[in-house]
Design a protein around this ligand. Structure first.
Ligand SMILES: CC(C)(COP(=O)(O)OP(=O)(O)OC[C@H]1O[C@@H](n2cnc3c(N)ncnc32)[C@H](O)[C@@H]1OP(=O)(O)O)[C@@H](O)C(=O)NCCC(=O)NCCS
Length: 300
């Protein structure tokens, strides 16, 4: 007797194993991030792998169904990112499973991450504390002619290798944690502008290829006017092409400059922390530099 095949097939057993992200082909990681609509290129994954560590979730035949990474700085701090589970697996506990494996590796460190809307519930359930909104601003860059700032303190010029120590120090003062190795790696992939008074670096902005075009970040400055002064040349360099910047600033001269430069707010994520809060990292003093743009949502 011939049995008519059913139009439905129910599959309810599934197991995954954890693997080191190092051993995975880049195009498999790329396919994972594409599956959740993220813009990362294979090169962006490569950069992240060189900058941090991570796990993947693999099925029985080695397909990559999840990822989670961490980026340690010094002995006591790390950022967490690239937390992805394949859409078919979501809301089944895989995200929490991956994060618990990450916790085993970053125990006792203060943690910071930028949570998408989809991930907020996961991180809240893991005791991350909400901090600040990040505005993901992007679009086709165009140089605005109006509002050219006059309040900048110094001269803008291109950065070169001899400026790296000053860039690392300024980043550390704003970010709250020294991340020399990461800044050096970013520097090697970026064009940079700095605002100098004499020989002193007062502000800087790096810009590198990422995703659909280029991303500006990190940007460290002491005022909106200074931040605009060092981002403006990147906008000029990329006028007519896709440019992105992730910032905590939602109003003021800097935020207005971004939207007038073709980069309106596209989406938001939420900076969350575990352990020390963002304010605990703040440097005392009115002239402390501020992080005007993140290196990226993943790196902070
Ligand atoms: C965010 C993400 C990693 C969560 O992974 P996951 O495998 O679904 O996570 P889990 O199944 O372990 O779920 C963890 C918690 O979040 C809840 N959750 C998962 N997806 C959710 C969604 N889309 N909306 C609301 N809650 C959701 C789960 O119900 C669970 O809550 P509970 O502990 O109260 O039951 C996954 O949705 C994803 O890859 N999204 C796209 C990429 C992304 O945004 N990554 C986050 C980067 S910060």
């Amino acid at each position: 007797m011939d049995l008519k095949p059913s139009g439905n097939l129910k599959i309810d057993t599934f197991s995954m194993r954890i693997g080191d992200i190092e051993g995975v082909e880049l195009d498999r990681l790329h396919a994972l991030s594409l599956s959740v609509g993220w813009p990362h290129r294979a090169e962006d994954w490569q950069f992240l792998r060189e900058s941090g560590e991570g796990f993947v979730a693999l099925d029985d035949i080695g397909r990559v169904l999840g990822s989670a990474m961490w980026f340690a700085h010094g002995a006591g701090f790390a950022t967490v990112g690239m937390v992805i589970t394949s859409p078919r697996l979501q809301a089944l506990g895989a995200g929490q499973w991956l994060m618990n494996r990450v916790f085993e590796k970053v125990a006792k460190r203060d943690l910071r991450l930028n949570a998408t809307r989809a991930a907020r519930r996961l991180y809240l359930s893991l005791d991350f504390q909400p901090e600040k909104t990040v505005y993901q601003c992007q679009g086709i860059a165009r140089l605005q002619t109006m509002g050219k700032s006059t309040n900048t303190r110094g001269d803008v010029r291109s950065l070169d290798a001899k400026d790296i120590p000053a860039v690392i120090a300024l980043d550390a003062a704003g970010f709250g944690v020294r991340r020399a190795a990461l800044i050096e790696r970013l520097f090697a992939h970026s064009a940079g502008y700095g605002l100098f008074k004499g020989d002193t670096l007062n502000a800087f902005a790096l810009c590198r290829p990422f995703g659909r075009g280029h991303v500006v970040g990190p940007v460290l400055a002491e005022s909106d006017a200074d931040a605009v002064a060092i981002v403006r040349p990147h906008v000029a360099d990329h006028t007519g092409s896709f440019l992105r910047i992730d910032t905590h600033m939602d109003n003021g001269e800097f935020a207005a400059f971004l939207s007038h430069s073709g980069m309106p707010v596209f989406d938001t994520v939420l900076t969350m922390s575990m352990g020390k809060r963002l304010s605990d990292f703040a440097v005392d003093g009115a002239t402390a530099p501020v992080t005007y743009a993140l290196a990226s949502q993943t790196l902070g």
